[in-house]
Design a protein. Structure first.
Length: 311
């Protein structure tokens, strides 16, 4: 597995490093720790570098960037992972996406916000664009674990991954995120909460609006029973896979829209990570990212893993 860790000196990128430390990554894992020195192009192709003593300034900034990477490199090297550093110059979003493409990374770990994002933003502009366009799975890290487990962080200096909420609908995208978590893998003490949502009570009225009330009631009851039975099979299958690896599991079947159900489950179970596929059963293949994944990533207060098919 090749992993790209993006850091910018913010508290979110420090948490991203801790999150990566907490995973039980196998020794063949290769991690590239990268940062981008922002250099934007203005009208006429003008850059600040062209208006100053470029050679002196660039050397100093390059050294600052390398220094910024050292903490993450040392922490991950201690885990016996193969770690290399990379400093890029230019537009942060473009450079990150370029490195993802060229390196063939299967996972990008990035803070949900960066140094320049306003405090009121729940999801930073760079993280949001990477989440939408990266041809790799993306782990957006928030500081929920750092706040909730401050004592643990002080002692171990790593994040705690105690609960993972796995959203599944039985689609191929859900299967991919399940396999991704199993291959990652999670810490042994992690509990996996498998959640799926029933939507038949909503769909029945929309699909059969012209039938009489009694007929609707009968169809609705049959549809709900069939969907609930299928939901139990889907969650049981996922639970069995994680139990075989030694993880504690539980499952919950909710009623409502997929995004709303995941957000509701997140409030109840307070996971450290929510894992879901980039799209679901109703996903449109041409879309870069499904609406459910985007809404969850935007509104939850914890880290989010959005899984995509390996290249």
């Amino acid at each position: 597995m090749r992993i790209l860790l993006v850091v910018d000196g913010s508290s979110y990128s420090a948490m991203a490093t801790r999150m990566l430390e907490a995973l039980r990554l196998p020794s063949p894992t290769e991690v590239t720790v990268m940062t981008v020195v922002p250099e934007y192009t203005f009208l006429g192709g003008i850059t600040l570098g062209r208006l100053r003593d470029a050679s002196v300034k660039k050397e100093a900034q390059q050294q600052k960037a390398l220094d910024l990477l050292q903490n993450a490199i040392q922490a991950l090297s201690a885990r016996r992972l193969k770690v290399e550093s990379l400093v890029c110059w230019g537009n942060p979003t473009k450079e990150i996406l370029k490195v993802i493409e060229e390196s063939g990374s299967s996972l990008v770990v990035i803070g949900a916000k960066g140094l320049t994002d306003p405090l009121t933003f729940r999801l930073g502009s760079v993280a949001q664009t990477v989440m939408r366009h990266a041809r790799a799975s993306v782990l957006l890290v928030r500081e929920k674990s750092a706040t909730a487990n401050q004592a643990l962080l002080t002692k171990k200096k790593t994040a705690a991954i105690e609960r993972v909420l796995l959203a599944t609908d039985g689609s191929k995208y859900s299967d991919m995120v399940t396999q991704f978590l199993l291959n990652l893998p999670l810490p042994r003490q992690s509990q996996v909460i498998v959640v799926t949502a029933l939507q038949s009570h909503l769909a029945a009225w929309v699909k059969t609006p012209t039938l009489d009330f009694r007929t609707n009631q009968e169809i609705l009851a049959r549809l709900q029973a069939a969907e609930e039975s299928e939901a139990r099979k889907i969650t049981a299958k996922a639970e069995k896979q994680f139990q075989a690896k030694g993880y504690k599991t539980t499952s919950v079947v909710m009623m409502g829209g997929a995004a709303e159900s995941i957000l509701s489950a997140a409030k109840k179970y307070k996971p450290d990570i929510i894992a879901l596929g980039s799209r679901g059963l109703g996903g449109i293949t041409s879309l870069l990212l499904g609406s459910v994944a985007e809404r969850v990533a935007r509104y939850v207060n914890c880290s989010v893993l959005i899984s995509r098919a390996p290249r």
